[in-house]
Design a protein around this ligand. Structure first.
Ligand code: S3P
Length: 196
C-alpha cells in the first residue's frame, strides 16, 4: 500500500486495490468510517454541503426509525438490538440510488456483512485519530453509551485496538489528529473526485 507524507503531518494512505472491493461499485457513495469523536458527522456534513450531495448519518437514521435517542435505545434494548437495527438501516441506506455522503457509527465495521456492503457500495474513508484525541472530542458528550461505564480512555483504546484491523482496510486512511474539518474534507475530496 503506497504511503505519502503531506503537509500538516498528515499521512495519507491510498489502496490501489482492496480484496473486499467489488470491481464494479454500485453507487459510488462517499462513506466515512472511524471511531466516535473522529469527526465523521461534521466532515460528512461539510463535504455534502460543499459538493451539493445528500448527507446521511446512520446514527441519525437509527434514532428516527427507533423513535428514541441512541443512549435510550442501548438502555432499553441493549447493544445487540442496536446492532441489528444498525445493520438493517445501513442496508437500506446503501441501496439508495442517489450518490450520497454517508457517515457511519463507530462500531459499524465489526459486523462482516456491514463491511461487505460498505466496501462494495462506495469509496470508504477512515478518519484515524489516537485515543487521546478522540477522548478530547467526546469527553463532554453524553451521547456515547459505550463510554458511560469505566474509564473512557481505556474503553476507547480497547475498542480502537479491536476495530483498527477493519478500519485500516479503507480505500483511504487519513490521520486527522491535527487537522480541522475543512482540511480533512479537502483532502478527502481530492482523492474521491479523482476516482468518481
Ligand atoms: C458507537 C458509536 C456511535 C453510535 C453508538 C455506538 C460505537 O456513533 O453508533 O453509540 O460502537 O463506536 P459515533 O461513532 O458517530 O459516535
Amino acid at each position: 500500500m503506497p504511503k505519502k507524507a503531506s503537509p500538516c503531518n498528515v499521512v495519507i494512505k491510498t489502496a490501489k486495490f482492496h480484496p473486499m472491493q467489488s470491481l464494479q461499485h454500485q453507487h459510488q457513495h462517499l462513506i466515512l468510517i472511524g471511531m466516535m469523536g473522529s469527526g465523521k458527522t461534521s466532515v460528512g456534513r461539510l463535504l455534502a454541503v460543499s459538493h451539493r450531495l445528500p448527507f446521511i448519518d446512520t446514527d441519525h437514521e437509527i434514532e428516527q426509525r427507533a423513535g428514541s435517542s441512541i443512549p435510550d435505545l442501548f438502555a432499553a434494548q441493549g447493544e445487540a438490538a442496536f446492532r441489528e437495527i444498525e445493520h438493517k438501516i445501513l442496508t437500506t441506506i446503501l441501496q439508495g440510488e442517489e450518490r450520497a455522503v454517508i457517515s457511519t457509527g463507530g462500531g459499524v465495521v465489526v459486523n462482516g456483512a456491514n463491511r461487505d456492503l460498505l466496501w462494495k457500495s462506495g469509496f470508504v474513508v477512515y478518519l484515524k485519530a489516537d485515543p487521546e484525541t478522540l477522548l478530547g472530542r467526546v469527553s463532554h458528550d453524553t451521547n456515547r453509551p459505550l463510554l458511560k461505564q469505566g474509564d473512557p480512555l481505556q474503553t476507547l483504546t480497547k475498542l480502537l485496538e479491536q476495530r483498527a484491523p477493519f478500519y485500516e482496510h479503507a480505500h483511504l486512511t487519513l490521520q486527522v489528529n491535527r487537522l480541522n474539518c475543512r482540511q480533512i474534507a479537502g483532502r478527502i475530496w481530492a482523492h474521491y473526485s479523482k476516482r468518481h
